[in-house]
Design a binder for this molecule. Sequence first.
Ligand code: URA
Length: 189
Amino acid sequence: MESWEKLRESCLNCNRCALHETRNNVVFGVGNPEAEVMLIGEGPGEQEDLTGEPFVGRAGKLLDDMLSIIDLDRTNVYIANIVKCRPPKNRDPLNTEQDACIGWLRKQTALIRPKIIVCLGRIAAMRIITPDFKISSDHGSWYESNGVKMMAIYHPAALLRDPRRRPETFLDLKELESMIKKICTKTYT
Ligand code: URA
């Protein structure tokens, strides 16, 4: 299998879809490639495109706060997106763009071999868990594929738009924490 650095280098040069024409940076991912927990968002926004790092805008700050509730941070999880280049005006990534990009995420996942995947929001859940995923009813439930436990929670940007969903997300995070305690073996401190 290709090494992490080789994968990253080829991804940074990707031109498999039209998003490469308008990007400032490919947003490959951030965190610990040895992590047992992987978080998957939708795609870079403006700040992410400018810095090359996922979840650095307002939603990213909230994500960091959410992770800290259960003692996680960017050193003990890996964070990536379904598409690695910013869709213009932050529109949802097209299926064709997701199809063109998903191979990078699959290779990242094959190298990381996480025990738990957490989808951030509807777009990631529909792509990773099941196409008929309904975030309002299915968030916080566990799914399993090839021995990997998967769950989706509301996207932090959705929580910024509608803070009434925060209490449910708190419970989802506690559920994630219990699963980590149950099946993860690494200590990160
Ligand atoms: N939203 C996402 O889904 N991903 C990011 O990296 C930033 C915002």
